[in-house]
Design a protein. Structure first.
Length: 194
């Protein structure tokens, strides 16, 4: 419930600020929507992101949320900072993201110990939230009225923890294992800035 209220508050705040802008204001509201290709040691997967914030000069700061399908599905909520290099319409930029990675793993996902001889595994375990970071470089192809094509390449990291409880076949006692997922990926992003 708190998470829904938090997202609703961010959405309403950004909406109010975007309508309250003056045409000659130094601050410009932008919405950046990306489709990501995430390539790591274990698999290639996809992700979606939307970042909304304000730009003054060459500096952009905003808040983003995404959907990340790499290994275990999760929802990163993060702060985004970008610095555009140069004053041309088409320009390079550097970006950095950091925030919380909320778990959203499928209910039917099961992972138990390698050897379970008596069927003592009693559940899929519990996932715990982790952290999310993403840094990289990109290129903005500017279009009319501030919109543009966004291309970016970066390094992305997300973490999750999973606790799995099962009955040890030798002692018949409950055992809890902790699995830490520290996932490093190369992120290739294509998106649109409004």
């Amino acid at each position: 419930m708190k998470l829904k209220f938090f997202f609703l508050s961010i959405y309403i705040s950004l909406s109010i600020f975007s309508f309250a802008q003056k045409k000659n204001s130094d601050y410009k509201f932008h919405s950046i929507n990306n489709l990501s290709l995430l390539n790591g040691d274990n698999e290639v997967s996809a992700g979606l992101q939307t970042v909304n914030g304000f730009q003054k000069g060459n500096l952009f700061a905003g808040v983003g949320v995404g959907l990340d399908y790499y290994i275990h599905r999760s929802v990163p909520l993060f702060a985004d900072v970008r610095y555009e290099l140069g004053k041309n319409k088409n320009k390079f930029f550097a970006y950095a993201d950091g925030g919380i990675n909320f778990q959203w793993v499928q209910e039917t996902y099961d992972r138990g110990p390698i050897f379970i001889w008596d069927g003592g595994f009693n559940g899929s375990g519990e996932f715990h939230n982790g952290i999310y970071t993403d840094v990289g470089l990109g290129y903005l192809v500017d279009m009319k009225k501030g919109g543009g094509l966004v291309l970016a390449l970066g390094h992305s990291y997300k973490s999750l923890k999973q606790t799995v409880t099962y009955t040890d076949w030798r002692t018949q006692q409950p055992v809890t294992d902790l699995y830490r997922y520290n996932l490093n990926r190369i992120a290739v992003k294509v998106g649109w800035r409004l």
